[in-house]
Design a protein around this ligand. Sequence first.
Ligand code: URA
Length: 186
Amino acid sequence: MRPEDDCQRCRLCEGRARLVMPDGDPRSPLALVGEAPGAKEDEQGRPFVGRSGKLLDRLLEEEGLSRSTVYITNTVKCRPPGNRAPTQEEMDVCFPFLEEELADRVVIITLGRSAARDLLRRDVRLKDEVNRPQEITIRGSKKLLIPAYHPAASIYNAKVKDSLRETFRIARTCLEDRRTFLSKGT
Ligand code: URA
């Protein structure tokens, strides 16, 4: 299931140029979930292609990952006006699409507070929860969710960049541990 090209399920349809659908490897066990498309994403129809996306690509590569090996999406597929955060109602309307996208993932990194709230279904104080993996269930299957800072917050902040690098290292370790666990047949 994906939103129809003329999706009008919420009022975000009024201001968008296009839907911004996921990017990266559609079969990747690792998903990154951002907040919402910005101006560049709305123009190009791909997530994280603007300034924070370039930084995200660079940090992923520094940690041995890349856009082409992970799955990248957003809580909502249309740009909120003026780059405001999506409302709970807008995220709820788009949630069935996100659930479907994540149903087969193993590890999910949420980038920023909106994405963490959307998937944890509760309020989140990022600074208390960043880089602490927790289990969530999507459509009956368990996943590890790692709350992370949004790359936009790291543009002028070296500590946030380090935190994001750490997020990607944790995600790799979680995926490797799971592979070892499965190959031992335990
Ligand atoms: N910020 C996001 O959260 N998502 C994008 O796709 C771009 C910027």
